[in-house]
Write a new protein. Structure first.
Length: 111
């Protein structure tokens, strides 16, 4: 620890500044993560509503359309009925898949 008054004041000032900047950075990071998460959720909800509006128009081509959409977007797409039955999936045959009705993410989505 510095012996001079200036040295002690400088050391305490640097320590205080580091604490304030660290706390401010952490708070700003949490705020930005929460804001972007909310923005992304709203965007995805809108996209899901648009996709859901088009699903009845696909009829028998649902599995093919979901497969093409998943391939084009690079994400896995799964269409699940309200009772949990998988209607279409971009990566697997839906007839071989288990009922998804008990999965937590499906329950949350239905709520």
């Amino acid at each position: 620890m510095p012996r001079t008054l200036f040295g002690r004041l400088l050391a305490y000032s640097v320590l205080l500044l580091a604490l304030v900047l660290g706390a401010g950075g952490y708070t700003l990071d949490r705020f930005l993560v929460q804001r972007e998460t909310r923005r992304l959720q709203a965007h995805l909800a809108g996209q899901a509503l648009l996709a859901a509006a088009e699903l009845p128009n696909l009829g028998d081509d649902l599995q093919e359309a979901i497969h093409r959409g998943g391939t084009a977007s690079g994400v896995r797409l799964t269409v699940i009925a309200r009772d949990g039955i998988v209607l279409a999936d971009s990566e697997h045959d839906p007839t071989t898949m288990d009922n998804h009705g008990s999965r937590p993410e499906i329950r949350t989505a239905l709520e």
